[in-house]
Design a protein. Structure first.
Length: 218
């Protein structure tokens, strides 16, 4: 089973350190399973669920973007430590050796992810692309990836881009739904999974808002 390195746990904790008591209180709350996602969205069977049949923790993040899917997808397609970064707290991630440089433009060479491609989070922590679908779905998985240390969990990370109905308040518009699924390697690691998920909420909060801003630009 692929594990997450301690380095990445430190990177995930960086926003808590930087944001202080308010951020720590947010992470400590029980609201981190659904960040902007409705109960109905959290109950959906999304692409990528099949890559990790049993999940100890599932977290759903979602946001409405006032732009059509074809303007949102390019920002998703080029995600990765070695490409566009994750549109989050790069300066903090880089304190722990991630070497991330968030892009503020679309790079044509990064627009064609394929199943099996490496999907690095850190030079020493590499997921792989487990599913890509019709410029609407990108799923990264720890299965088949690589990491230098045993932390004790498997992980999938799904990005799903869906057009909103024409009668919605914002048209044309897109719903971006991001889902994380975690499976602990034994009962003793369940608490660690919860910690990683809660801290990840802060990184995702920054990510989804950055993607929204980028896609909505003229």
């Amino acid at each position: 089973m692929t594990k997450l390195p301690r380095t990445l746990l430190a990177v995930a904790a960086a926003p808590v350190v930087a944001s202080g008591v308010a951020a720590a209180a947010f992470v400590a709350s029980g609201s981190t399973r659904r960040l902007g996602a409705t109960r109905e969205e959290a109950a959906l069977a999304l692409p990528g669920n099949e890559l990790l049949d049993r999940a100890d923790v599932q977290a759903d993040r979602a946001i409405t973007i006032a732009a059509p899917p074809e303007r949102v997808w390019p920002w998703i397609a080029q995600l990765g430590q070695d490409k566009a970064g994750f549109y989050s707290y790069a300066w903090l991630e880089n304190q722990f050796g991630c070497d991330i440089h968030n892009a503020d433009r679309i790079v044509p060479a990064w627009q064609h992810p394929k199943v099996g491609d490496p999907f690095p989070l850190h030079p020493e922590m590499v997921l792989r692309v487990g599913r890509v679908g019709d410029r609407r779905v990108l799923v990264a998985t720890s299965q088949g990836g690589s990491a230098p240390q045993d932390v004790g969990m498997d992980f999938t990370w799904a990005f799903v881009v869906s057009p909103l109905p024409a009668e919605s308040d914002v048209a044309p518009a897109t719903r971006l739904h991001i889902r994380e699924r975690y499976q602990a390697d034994g009962p003793g690691m369940r608490a660690g999974v919860e910690v990683v998920n809660r801290i990840s909420t802060l990184m995702s909060w920054r990510m989804i808002r950055s993607i929204k801003q980028l896609a909505e630009r003229p």
